[in-house]
Design a protein around this ligand. Structure first.
Ligand SMILES: Cc1ncc(COP(=O)(O)O)c(C=O)c1O
Length: 366
């Protein structure tokens, strides 16, 4: 047999193509403002760090299912923060950051060559990677019209969206759920940015108005990376249809996909405390106000961007040209084509820099 390296079936890592623009931006005499990635820059809250340290002497293996405290804290947080009442803690499963879950979900669910995975037309790149790791086909479609007669096994939705910041309303999500139910497809809703809304109220797939009291076939994926600044800890969870979550747990137990105990304790603290989360949201709100005004003032058109951590902006030219224009001003952003062919004329501008760097970017744009 000839071995085929898995990497050969995957797309090129898009950030490699930004090296030249990064060098240009870095050469700015007052330094680079890097708005190309959504990585948090504010410190982890003391209450979370204390929880992490509190179990650092424990030597034994943690459980894949997570501690009872963590599962209860996640269910409580979804109820308190988003009004999602009645979720069973036993249907919460911690993951080693949600990128890990997304990349392996199609495989963990048993999808293969005969299956189709539907992803948003403009999408976080890992949905496609996940489908490819399972050997499944991928189709980009935001609406049912684009799907035509295709039969899908798994549909990813992402509201608020990365990269566009678009929010899908109850009606849209309900249509997706109804469509998937009629065809036996699973809906995985990536709710990474649900807690970061500015001009629209995002809705979870687990909202009663969306599913009408039946969680069958539904998974909600929640990251603590952005709302609690825990990207470095690798902390997230999945919940929804109890039988699907039990199935995922079974495979993940065999595969050793276990969240470290100190991170489980940190997640429990983060999910039990809303103060640090509110403070972080307000930091991003202020940064967004500064950047949005500056970007518009510089002649950009900003579309969507009503929630989440990005401004989806265009100067009416190819996004790569805009990347270069901004790089010459010491500002690095991501070209829209990273996220799908429909993004060619856009750039994605992240809000994840310090107040000082955001002010610097705004001053350079003025
Ligand atoms: C839409 C979306 N989903 C998931 C993730 C992954 O987050 P993490 O692996 O840190 O939980 C990101 C990170 O940027 C994202 O933008």
């Amino acid at each position: 047999m000839t071995r085929v390296p898995v990497a050969s079936s995957l797309p090129d890592f898009p950030w490699d193509s930004l090296a030249e623009a990064k060098a240009t931006a870095t050469a700015h005499p007052e330094g680079i403002v890097n708005l190309s990635v959504g990585t948090p820059v504010d410190p982890v809250a003391p209450v979370i760090r204390a929880a992490l340290a509190s179990v650092s002497a424990v030597p034994g293996y943690p459980t894949t299912a997570g501690t009872a405290e963590l599962r209860a804290a996640a269910a409580d947080a979804l109820d308190r923060r988003y009004g999602l009442a009645g979720l069973a803690p036993s249907a919460v499963l911690p993951v080693i950051g949600t990128k890990e879950l997304i990349a392996w979900l199609p495989r963990l669910l048993g999808l293969g060559r005969d299956d189709l995975v539907v992803i948003p037309e403009l999408a976080y790149p890992t949905y496609e990677v996940g489908a490819k790791l399972a050997g499944a086909r991928v189709l980009r479609a935001d609406g049912l019209a684009r799907l035509g007669p295709e039969r899908a096994s798994l549909v990813f939705v992402n509201s608020p969206s990365n990269p566009t910041g678009k929010v899908l309303g109850v009606d849209h999500l309900r249509k997706v759920v109804d469509w998937a139910r009629e065809r036996g497809a699973i809906v995985a809703s990536d709710e990474c940015y649900l807690g970061l809304s500015w001009d629209a109220e995002p809705v979870s797939i687990l909202d009663e108005r969306v599913h009408g009291g039946d969680l069958t076939g539904l998974l909600a994926i929640h990251s603590l990376s952005k709302t609690s600044n825990l990207a470095s800890y690798r902390a997230g969870f999945v919940t929804g249809d109890p039988s699907l979550v039990a199935e995922l747990l079974e495979v993940r137990k065999h595969a050793g996909m276990i969240v470290p105990l100190p991170v489980q304790a940190a997640m429990t603290a983060a999910l039990s405390d809303d103060v640090h989360e509110d403070e972080q949201r307000e930091r991003y709100r202020r940064r967004r106000d500064v950047l949005l005004t500056a970007v518009r003032g510089a002649g950009f058109t900003v579309e969507h961007s009503e929630a989440g951590l990005y401004l989806w902006a265009t100067r009416g030219e190819h996004g790569r040209k805009t990347v270069q224009w901004l790089a010459e001003r010491g500002i690095l952003v991501a070209p829209g084509d990273f996220y799908g062919p429909d993004g060619t004329d856009f750039v994605r501008i992240a809000l994840t820099e310090t107040d000082e760097r955001i002010e610097t970017a705004a001053a350079r744009l003025r």
